[in-house]
Design a protein around this ligand. Structure first.
Ligand SMILES: Nc1ncnc2c1ncn2[C@@H]1O[C@H](COP(=O)(O)OP(=O)(O)O)[C@@H](O)[C@H]1O
Ligand SMILES: [Mg+2]
Length: 363
């Protein structure tokens, strides 16, 4: 507490011609933890990251990383951050090892130091076996891990991850999540942009939802979900059950108005957010001699929040125009982002499109 924020932006603006990518972005991220920057395609997430990583000059406003202004003290900032992009900074024709050593050398490590750090990171990200292969033979998941490894060469205190799992298969995604959690546990501050709301839910300690270049909501995932309504339980009774008796039981265990659908023998009610509530309801019904055929929990998801806030889903839409040709403000090697070729990253993978989390719970 009381320490310098890891990341701060004040009324940050940036336009590309007539497009206002950032229109007064205000963000504060304390040291440690993971900020999930959520927003639909074109919201300004990548632009914000690029400004913070000193790759792009803002038009107005201020941005600081660990207290250092990203414009006036860009070199200091670069030394302390890492960045993994939607566009990998890797050389396809070099091996994984050669890529990391090169990046280490650019970060001013001696050759033996660079080699040692590369070996360490390749081991950590389960790439040792593939270390001697050209990166062009890597799978998407391996490439993404190597990209992340590259961003860690200089032991950054603040790490920017721009859509680190977009397009990855579920296994690779799980591996990335694990690595991200480990980094946070080690004290690295992470800013993660994502279009996957479940990813923010799983990883982020704090979420900022942005749309049209400004923050439209902030809080913990739970605080945001609370805006989308309450948790509800739905209990379906076994055929022939006594519905009014069951309603009385459910009423006693839950917190608000109980609703019924007699035709379906279905009871729904808001529930307090506490562990074991489902079991308690089912047990109480059982004790009263009422048989239950199905119980489900309906929790508002970040998708619901998103829809309410923005009026549309967060799903990947068409690729943003011209995102490959940004005027750059001197990309430093310290930032771990070189002039990489676009790492063909199909906008494929959808967004848990409006699928409310159905936590099925059997008795
Ligand atoms: N280099 C650029 N040239 C022109 N327009 C750009 C450029 N980069 C981003 N934009 C535009 O700025 C807006 C924000 O883009 P971006 O920051 O990439 O959003 P996000 O990462 O949230 O999808 C979009 O309308 C996008 O088309
Ligand atoms: Mg982006």
């Amino acid at each position: 507490m009381g320490e310098i924020p890891a990341i701060e932006t004040e009324r940050l603006t940036k336009s590309f011609g007539a497009t206002r990518a950032l229109s007064g972005l205000d963000l504060t991220v304390q040291q440690g933890g993971i900020l999930g920057l959520l927003g639909p395609n074109g919201a300004g997430k990548t632009t914000a990251v690029r400004v913070l990583a000193t790759l792009l000059l803002p038009d107005s406003g201020h941005a600081r990383v660990l207290g250092a202004d990203v414009v006036r003290r860009a070199d200091d900032v670069r030394r302390r951050i890492g960045l993994t992009g939607q566009y990998a900074a890797l050389d396809d024709y070099l091996t994984g090892l050669a890529n990391l050593v090169m990046i280490g050398r650019l970060a001013r490590l001696t050759r033996p130091q660079a080699r040692r750090r590369a070996d360490e990171l390749l081991g950590r990200f389960e790439l040792t076996e593939a270390a001697g292969r050209a990166v062009k033979t890597y799978s998407g998941g391996m490439r993404r891990r190597l990209d992340l490894a590259a961003s860690l060469i200089g032991r950054p205190e603040v790490l920017f991850l721009d859509e680190p799992t977009t397009g990855l298969d579920p296994h690779s995604r799980a591996v990335m999540w694990e690595i991200i959690r480990e980094l946070a546990a080690e004290g690295t501050t992470l800013l993660l942009t994502t279009q996957y709301l479940d990813e923010a839910d799983q990883l982020a300690s704090q979420v900022a939802v942005i749309d049209t270049g400004r923050v439209i909501a902030e809080g913990t995932p739970d605080q945001l979900k609370a805006k989308a309504g309450e948790d509800r339980i739905a209990v379906r009774l076994a055929p022939g059950s006594d519905l009014p008796a069951a309603v009385t039981v459910v009423q006693a265990e839950t917190t608000g108005r109980v609703e019924t659908d007699p035709g379906q023998l279905l009871i729904t009610a808001p529930i307090p957010a506490r562990e074991g509530i489902t079991t308690d309801v089912v047990r109480a019904l059982d004790t009263a001699g009422i048989r239950v055929s199905d119980v489900t929990l309906r929790r508002p998801s970040l998708d619901d929040v998103f829809l309410i806030l923005t009026g549309h889903g967060a799903g990947p839409g068409p690729a943003p125009a011209g995102s490959g040709a940004a005027p750059e403000a001197g990309a430093g090697p310290g930032a771990g982002a070189g002039q990489g070729a676009a790492a063909g990253q199909g906008a494929g993978a959808g967004l848990g499109a409006g699928a409310g989390q159905q936590g099925g719970a059997a008795a």
